[in-house]
Design a protein around this ligand. Structure first.
Ligand code: PEP
Ligand code: MG
Length: 661
């Protein structure tokens, strides 16, 4: 029997929803298939489901055959139509691999370059994990594994299948042991779990067994099966799924090594501070490697969304990936310097470059070492008032770094990335899930989510922006949102739902008129009433505004009566006060927050906020500047939000300032 429906799973059946769907399907004895465009795949294989590339709003058919077919169809259709009511996911959305799917908000590289572009002073690849490093090259080019290439006799086949199954079981057991280790970080655990899923999936094992039955030796069979599945992943028009091809190869390689009785080329002997150079490193190999000893990573394969990049970022290892064939130029290198911020790689650097890199590495290390003591410090003014030092982040992947740095919550969650990385506008469910994950991660500290701040200079799919002469003075931020209640209400509803966690606050960008606050409030009330009528749990939140236009500064006393807090956006405030485009290097000198005009705007804002008894914070870049922090604290600011890398230094500055008072 079968039933068709329209898929309502946000972004379709990517890894995490696919895993949930499979988990549900496996609970039934019946054979279950999912059919799209005439193509049917087993609903019990997450690899096959992912490769079916089912997108939201597409029509699919669930087909079941067996004793519990009716129940299976009921449950699976129910999940596709209302995924929220499905299984509980034991892995939190912040787990990168299990969060797999485009909603897995992988932080993009700071700067990326097309793969393999040569430059006079070296090579350039994808800047996948920030930081600089210089050290001895550790080339990791394990020999390719090849099958025996002989045809099995009929009587050998059963034995070869047993050998193959034992190898798969050994690999799975090894991965289970790795997962059981407490030392594995949450991010790495998610990645290893994703690899274990592939090893356990009958797409790979089934294809390999078929090839063995056809007379291939097990190693050749695994290579063929893994290559075919990896090629399928590479062919899908989706960056996330493309990166899964590397995972399939990594799992195939592990199975082959067990079959050949070989140990994998070990990274255990990598010298302290060495730069790991490889064409490709399986995430599995990297997750198990002595990461503390690795100074940097350079790879021919990989990009900003590959698991190697995620691991490198979460362990603070600078990485340049995607060098393509130019990686071969590094095979014989003695020393290598890399800049994970720009994607530059320099082979056997000359003395001057060496000295420059060594100086940069040492300065960064010294500073880091001296600052770690401030991670847990809670700066307090003499009157006992806590100064919150919070993080500016734009994706869930940045949570770990912010927590590691000692962030006392989030002072600015930029929601633009959520909207920009998708082919269409993110659903309410997906947004609610993201905001909730954020709130949960930082409880009991506050998390300030900024509503969509986008304009024609950063177009996104799903919103038609007019051509504007001056997009920075145009239809952006709160202006656009109020004109598009369909988009704005979706975000406000998601925020109201996430606010059940209690620590969510919301702020509006680009406010220049009080009516923008009152109109937003009316929409929030409307959304709350809708959610109540629908019986959806929700709660109210504190509503604040960013002070980043001269108009907002000038009406700050009136605005302060309407909102719960101010957050000064010095990046825009400086450009608007100085009438100097923040992106135009020719007027960069004018774009200076320390200009008396900007500093008085900040002071006016602080005075208005303090007089009204509301919190005044700052989330522009200036909030992290040690030379300005004492001035801001004296003005009465009690929250400073900055990039995680600046947090410990800011805590140190505030502590020293208070001690010196
Ligand atoms: C600002 O303008 O200071 C700010 C924090 O917002 P953004 O940089 O995202 O415009
Ligand atoms: Mg701004």
């Amino acid at each position: 029997m079968e039933r068709s429906t329209i898929v309502r799973v946000h972004e379709g059946l990517h890894a995490r929803p696919a895993t949930r769907f499979v988990k549900l399907a496996k609970g039934f004895e019946s054979d279950v298939e999912l059919v799209k465009d005439g193509k049917a795949v087993s609903a019990k294989s997450s690899v096959k489901l992912m490769l079916l590339a089912v997108k939201e709003n597409q029509e699919v058919t669930v087909r079941a055959n067996g004793a519990d077919a009716i129940e299976a169809i009921e449950a699976l259709i129910g999940y596709l139509e209302n995924p929220k009511a499905g299984l509980d996911d034991e892995a939190g959305p912040q787990s990168p691999a299990n969060d797999a799917g485009p909603e897995a908000a992988v932080a993009p590289a700071a700067e990326s370059a097309p793969a393999a572009s040569g430059e006079a002073n070296g090579l350039r690849g994808v800047a996948a994990s920030e930081g600089v490093a210089i050290g001895p090259a550790f080339a990791h080019f394990p020999p390719d594994i090849t099958g025996q290439g002989r045809t099995l006799q009929a009587e050998e086949i059963a034995g070869e299948i047993d050998r193959f199954r034992a190898a798969v079981a050994a690999v799975q057991a090894r991965m289970d042991r790795a997962l059981a280790q407490d030392s594995l970080s949450a991010g790495d655990r998610g990645i290893v779990a994703a690899l274990r899923d592939i090893a356990a999936d009958d797409s790979l094992t089934g294809e390999a067994e078929k090839a063995i039955k056809g007379g291939n030796d097990a190693v050749s069979a695994v290579i063929t099966a893994a290559s075919a599945i990896a090629a399928d992943f590479s062919a899908v028009d989706d960056h996330y799924l493309n990166a899964r091809a590397d995972d399939v190869h990594a799992v195939g390689r592990q199975i082959c090594l067990v079959l050949l009785g070989q140990d994998d080329v070990s990274l255990e002997n990598i010298p302290q501070g060495a730069i790991l150079i490889a064409d490709d490193i399986g995430a599995w190999d990297l997750a198990r490697a002595p990461l503390k000893r690795i100074g940097g990573v350079i790879c021919g394969h990989g990009g900003a969304t590959s698991h190697i990049a995620i691991i490198a970022r979460s362990h603070g290892i600078p990485a340049v990936l995607g060098l393509g064939d130019q990686i071969n130029a590094l095979r014989t290198a003695h020393d290598v310097a890399l800049d994970g911020n720009t994607g530059h790689v320099i082979i056997d650097p000359d003395e001057a470059t060496r000295a420059d890199f060594a100086g940069r590495v040492e300065a960064a290390a010294n500073e880091r070492a001296g600052l770690t003591a401030f991670k847990t410090v809670t700066p307090k003014r003499a009157d006992g008032r806590v100064i919150e030092v919070a993080a500016n982040i734009g994706s869930l992947e940045e949570i770990e770094a912010a927590q590691e740095a000692g962030a006392m919550g989030v002072g600015l969650f930029r929601t633009e990335l959520l909207f920009m990385r998708h082919m269409h506008l993110p659903s309410e469910d997906m947004q609610a899930e993201t905001y909730m994950a954020l709130a949960k991660a930082f409880e009991p500290y506050p998390v300030i989510v900024r509503t969509l701040d986008i304009g024609g200079d950063k177009p996104i799919a799903g919103i038609e922006f007019p051509d504007e002469e001056n997009p920075f003075l145009g239809w952006r931020g709160i202006r656009m949102c109020l004109d598009r209640p369909d988009i704005f209400k979706r975000q406000l509803r998601a925020l109201l739902r996430a606010a059940v966690h209690g620590n969510i606050k919301v702020m509006l960008p680009m406010v220049s008129d009080i009516s923008e606050v009152t109109r937003t409030r009316a929409l929030v009330d409307e959304c709350a009433a809708e959610l109540k009528a629908e019986g959806v749990p929700h709660a109210t939140f504190d509503l604040g505004v960013m002070i980043e236009t001269p108009a907002a500064v000038l009406i700050a006393p009136a605005l302060a009566k309407e909102v719960a807090f101010f957050s000064i956006g010095t990046n825009d405030l400086t450009q608007y006060i100085m009438a100097a485009d923040r992106l135009n290097p020719t007027v960069a000198k004018l774009n200076d927050v320390t200009n008396p005009a900007v500093m008085s705007a900040i002071e006016l804002t602080a005075k208005a906020g303090v007089a009204a008894g509301i919190m005044v914070g700052m989330c522009g870049e200036a909030a992290g500047r040690p030379d300005l922090i004492p001035v801001f604290v004296k003005m009465g600011l009690t929250e400073l939000s900055m990039s995680p890398a600046s947090i410990q230094r800011a805590k140190k500055t505030i502590t020293a300032m208070i001690a010196g008072e």
